[in-house]
Design a protein around this ligand. Structure first.
Ligand SMILES: NC(=O)c1ccc[n+]([C@@H]2O[C@H](COP(=O)([O-])OP(=O)(O)OC[C@H]3O[C@@H](n4cnc5c(N)ncnc54)[C@H](OP(=O)(O)O)[C@@H]3O)[C@@H](O)[C@H]2O)c1
Length: 275
């Protein structure tokens, strides 16, 4: 008899938390990985270094036909799917008055709609492979909003709300649905240089490996949700118990301190400079 396999699909695995997740999942006996992101060179390199069988699909998840193309590729190479990690995401900063609906739309497109559409495509395969799991990567921004990050928070609140319902719906089908809520994790998309540069705030920032471990726990580990690092749960508790206080804190110097620059904004600026 062939040894059991564990097939996992990880979106946003060309860098940061997704890449760390690929390494974490490669420690599962029988692991086979399918890695998804846009940068093909990154994915090809990662696949060549991982110690387990892995393939990649270089695709923009916001494209209309992305879910169907991903499903077809997975079915071509695998007869089951044990874990879907919906991790790809980005944040473009800016107030609503400056950036408007366009910024809300593009953020929702990537962080929420593409996640929902991919889940819809992969769900029959996950059910057929039950017990299996889905992990949706949300954010502490799913519980609190900061000025200049409203579009991002809206998309991540949506992910958290939708995840809770899906969990209840899919329980009977043997598909566990977990949620991961990272705080500040140093990655290309979220460099957090403003925080790591100061002794007073350095402790707020954690590593992608810690987030990857939380993804494992919220998936095959069967946990409902995991904050990264764990004490960030206090932010969510405070928001519920003392919303007025939270608004005052976030409206003051502490609020300004935690609005960090993002990789997506840097990429936009680089594109504008080229054009
Ligand atoms: N780091 C943090 O502080 C933090 C905090 C809370 C939540 N999160 C969440 O964690 C997740 C991972 O972020 P990260 O910190 O690891 O940032 P990252 O290093 O920038 O990773 C984002 C990943 O998403 C992929 N991606 C972006 N747009 C895509 C698109 N249109 N189609 C396909 N793939 C796309 C990127 O790959 P390509 O560019 O190659 O496509 C990359 O692999 C995100 O959902 C983020 O919101 C991060």
């Amino acid at each position: 008899m062939d040894p059991p396999t564990f097939t996992a699909l990880v979106t946003g695995s060309s860098s940061g938390i997704g890449e760390a997740t690929a390494w974490r999942l490669s420690r599962i006996p029988g692991a086979r990985l399918v890695l998804v992101a846009r940068r093909e060179d990154r994915l090809r390199d990662l696949v060549s270094r991982l110690p387990v069988p892995a393939t990649y699909i270089a695709i923009d998840l916001t494209e209309e036909d992305a879910p169907g193309r991903i499903l077809a590729r997975v079915q071509e190479h695998h007869d089951r799917l044990d874990l879907l990690v919906n991790n790809a995401g980005a944040s473009w900063r800016g107030t609503f008055s400056d950036e408007g609906y366009d910024n809300v739309r593009r953020t929702m497109d990537l962080n929420f709609d593409s996640l929902v559409r991919l889940t819809e495509a992969m769900l029959p395969m996950l059910r057929a492979s039950a017990p299996s799991s889905i992990v949706n990567v949300a954010s502490t921004a799913s519980r609190i909003s900061r000025a200049g990050a409203g579009a991002y928070s809206a998309s991540k609140y949506a992910v958290a709300g939708w995840t809770d319902a899906l969990h209840l719906e899919e329980r009977a089908n043997g598909v566990h649905v977990g949620l991961v809520l990272p705080g500040f994790v140093k990655t290309e998309g979220f460099p957090a240089d403003e925080l790591t540069g100061k002794l007073a705030t350095r402790w707020l920032v954690t590593s992608a490996d810690k987030a990857a471990e939380a993804i494992y726990e919220a998936g095959p580990g069967g946990k409902a949700e995991r904050y990264v690092p764990r004490p960030y749960v206090l932010v969510a508790v405070l928001k519920v118990l003392a919303p007025g206080l939270m608004r005052r804190v976030l409206g003051g110097a502490a609020g300004e301190m935690v609005v960090t620059k993002t990789g997506a904004d840097a990429a936009d600026r680089a594109k504008q400079n080229q054009g």
